[in-house]
Design a protein around this ligand. Structure first.
Ligand SMILES: [Zn+2]
Length: 255
């Protein structure tokens, strides 16, 4: 089968998460920057909460979600490409954050008092030297039957890309995440500087895609984890799910 035909048949979707603020490693000077009429994250200092989109309802009052059109019928078994770990990070610490991010989705972690009635499950299978099936141009490459999370170069302005493949009956058969290694990633809010990117909120968003959640618009739903643009380098807000994120997961994975 020709490459193009194969892509269509496999039902491949590449979903980039855009960077909130800086497309080059410029240190923050302006507290607020606006892009295309959307108020993006303001940098007020490490560890301080920032507001992504003042016009959007709070995460617990925003029921919006969208679905990619498929779901897992079995646990999502994933591996980490440990050889891709940036030199300034420790692989075991990165793994802890990725594991926590999976739990944020499968455990419907939220600050809204919503019970975890989501039946989705995942299992970490170990490290691999294989790459996620996502290219440096943010496209999906041929599937290899493994669900892999790893770092690698991506175009500027894109924090990470998830590729989804569908099998029979719209079941998801493979999901891969490539995190942009051109950015300076950090694992804790306490250590975060404004020119760095906090891993957990981005990873939680990408895992939402892996399980079948789509995007909601930034302008009207910017406080939800599945909004298109990150809340800002050191904001941890989107690590916890909002009402819409939880509703989407409950719809896909009822108890
Ligand atoms: Zn996304």
């Amino acid at each position: 089968m020709k490459r193009r035909d194969w892509r269509r048949a496999a039902g491949i979707t590449a979903i980039p998460l855009l960077l909130a603020l800086f497309t080059s490693p410029v240190h923050a000077v302006n507290p607020i920057r606006s892009d295309g009429g959307v108020s993006l994250a303001g940098i007020v200092g490490p560890g301080q909460p920032v507001s992504a989109a003042p016009a959007a309802p709070g995460p617990c009052n925003d029921p919006a979600y969208s679905l990619l059109g498929g779901k897992w019928k079995q646990p999502l078994d994933w591996r980490y490409q440990s050889t891709s770990t940036p030199g300034y990070l420790k692989g075991s610490n990165v793994l802890k954050v990725i594991n926590r991010s999976f739990n944020n989705i499968t455990g419907a972690r939220n600050d809204c008092g919503l019970a975890d009635t989501v039946s989705a499950t995942s299992q970490y299978l170990g490290t691999t030297s294989d790459k996620p099936s996502v290219t440096r141009r943010a496209r999906c490459s041929p599937p290899d039957g493994q669900n892999i999370v790893g770092f690698g170069p991506l175009p500027a302005g894109i924090l990470a890309v998830t590729c989804i493949r569908y099998g029979n009956n719209n079941n998801i058969s493979e999901a891969d995440v490539r995190l942009n290694s051109n950015y300076d990633w950090v694992l804790t809010v306490a250590a975060c500087h404004p020119w760095q990117q906090l891993l957990e909120p981005t990873m939680t968003h990408e895992i939402g895609h892996m399980f079948g959640l789509g995007h909601v618009g930034e302008k009207r739903h910017g406080r939800l984890t599945m909004s298109t643009i990150s809340d800002g380098p050191c904001s941890n807000d989107e690590t916890t799910l909002g009402l819409g994120d939880v509703r989407g997961l409950r719809q896909l994975y009822p108890q």
